[in-house]
Design a protein around this ligand. Structure first.
Ligand SMILES: *Cc1c(COP(=O)(O)O)cnc(C)c1O
Length: 220
């Protein structure tokens, strides 16, 4: 089942779009099944759960933390995490840099923007994002690499609204790219799209889709 679901999605997305298989709440055995089918990029939203799974699963898995992360927990994932998607403050970025340095590595980060019409979702507004990117502190951070922006659309059936939110994020991406990362090839990703809206997200420029339930089935 997992293999068939993966293949169906992979056939459906362009080659330049990275599929992050969101395995949160699912047992390691199901990740192994996806791994056997060739999947190497997995997304988790909780630090503790990711640490436990990383310890028992193959070394060449690329672990993406997609959920909100507390500053005091960065140290647990710093030795191995590949990408942290939901960076929403300079304080968090600074801690990631510090822990990455301790581990003698560079951690890829995406800045999360608040694009949904909902209070509950994390992420920065455009002016907060500008503050982070304009800060002098950022220049000193040698152990983080900002590879793009991430966003979550409103949970709604209204396709036009979701499309507009993705479209706005892509617009912000282009502005940020040309102002801050014009000559930096690392900044090239737009992490948007989940099981219910990844097709729309790709049409609006997504390069990284985070898909859980369409691969592993529903969560309780
Ligand atoms: C759970 C989760 C996903 C995947 O959601 P599905 O609807 O199961 O595809 C994507 N992104 C984030 C941030 C999540 O927490």
């Amino acid at each position: 089942m997992i293999k068939e679901n993966l293949n169906e999605i992979l056939a459906d997305i362009p080659e330049n779009v990275t599929l992050v298989a969101v395995s949160k709440t699912k047992p390691a055995s199901e990740i192994e099944e996806a791994y056997a089918a060739g999947q190497r990029v997995f997304g988790e939203n909780k630090v503790q759960e990711m640490v436990e799974k990383e310890a028992v699963l193959p070394r060449d898995i690329q672990w993406h933390l997609i959920g909100h992360v507390q500053t005091n927990k960065v140290k647990y994932i710093a030795p191995f995490v590949s990408v942290i998607h939901a960076v929403d403050s300079l304080k968090l970025l600074s801690e990631i840099n510090k822990q990455a340095k301790k581990n003698n590595r560079t951690i890829k980060c995406m800045l999360q923007m608040h694009i949904a019409d909902e209070e509950s979702k994390f992420g920065m507004k455009f002016d907060e994002l500008m503050e982070v990117l304009n800060s002098n502190e950022l220049v000193e951070m040698q152990n983080v690499s900002i590879i793009g922006l991430m966003g979550m659309a409103t949970f709604t059936d209204n396709e036009e609204q979701v499309r507009e939110e993705f479209c706005n994020l892509e617009g912000d991406f282009n502005v940020i790219k040309s102002h801050f990362f014009k000559f930096n090839d690392n900044f090239k990703h737009l992490s948007m799209g989940m099981s219910g809206d990844y097709k729309l997200a790709i049409e609006e420029g997504s390069t990284m889709v985070r898909i859980g339930s369409s691969i592993f089935g529903g969560r309780n």
